[in-house]
Design a protein around this ligand. Structure first.
Ligand SMILES: Cc1cc2nc3c(=O)[nH]c(=O)nc-3n(C[C@H](O)[C@H](O)[C@H](O)COP(=O)(O)OP(=O)(O)OC[C@H]3O[C@@H](n4cnc5c(N)ncnc54)[C@H](O)[C@@H]3O)c2cc1C
Length: 221
């Protein structure tokens, strides 16, 4: 059964992305990288479940989400844009295929970075960030979510790729097999999360590099 929780803060962190902090349901358990079914506790929206990934850590005493909104149609994320502190979310079942297995290359497209934000924050907390790398694909610099935080965790191992802008210090275009290879170490794991077309392209690149399935951890958004 879903639990109603109050929103403690809600703010825009890019032109179309919200950061929401809410009360943690009593007894809620999850691991970093997992998502949960969320709906809005408002007439007509209670049954509209959508999956969102925790960007908080399991030990935090509140839960957090980072959510890309689609104001062009009247879905759940558009409704979220009208919520205020004190409004309620319904928190349902926890699930998700992404979990940290060891050092590697995280490859994210847009909001697909959310499970990696949680995992990287956890590794930072445990002082185990090591040589993990993040290849983060976006259209423009303005789309990059949590840029400062990710840079502070990863430094030079935070690699941004912009498809629609050419800016010094940023890779331009799409993530290529060559770029993945350049950032791969021996026995690297590959963590993929993003929209389905990007996921398909990345899996093709990994196959072309001879990466075995057991080294690929993925979830499509
Ligand atoms: C396991 C998992 C975890 C996820 N975690 C996150 C997360 O942490 N953060 C996050 O931002 N997202 C996350 N997502 C994606 C998120 O669940 C979807 O973006 C969300 O459900 C969209 O809900 P909606 O009601 O606004 O759109 P829906 O109405 O459900 O539409 C779904 C998609 O269709 C497209 N679409 C549909 N109709 C239109 C239209 N008229 N015009 C334009 N586009 C349209 C949009 O691209 C949209 O993404 C996750 C997905 C999965 C599977």
């Amino acid at each position: 059964m879903a639990t109603a929780v109050k929103i403690k803060s809600i703010e825009k962190i890019t032109h179309d992305v919200l950061h929401i902090v809410a009360q943690k349901p009593e007894g809620l358990q999850y691991h970093t990288g997992q998502a949960v079914d969320v709906s809005i506790n408002k007439a007509g929206w209670e049954k509209e479940l959508r999956p969102f990934t925790f960007t908080s850590l399991p030990t935090d005493d509140q839960i957090e989400f980072i959510i890309k909104t689609y104001p062009s149609h009247n879905g759940v994320t558009n409704q979220l844009l009208s919520l205020k502190v004190g409004d309620e979310l319904l928190i349902g079942d926890v699930f998700g295929d992404i979990a940290y297995k060891g050092e590697g290359v995280f490859i994210a497209g847009g909001a697909g970075v959310t499970p990696f934000i949680a995992i990287l924050k956890q590794l930072e907390k445990e002082k185990k960030i090591g040589n993990n790398k993040l290849l983060f694909a976006n259209k423009t610099r303005a789309d990059i979510i949590n840029k400062e935080k990710l840079f502070s965790i990863l430094g030079k191992n935070f690699i941004n790729i912009l498809s629609d802008e050419k800016i010094d210090g940023f890779e331009n275009g799409f993530i290529s097999a060559g770029l993945i290879q350049k950032h791969s170490g021996e026995n690297s794991f590959y963590y993929l999360c993003g929209p389905p077309p990007m996921m398909a392209a990345m899996e093709k690149q990994l196959t072309s590099l001879g990466i075995k399935n057991e080294y690929i951890i993925k979830e499509a958004f």
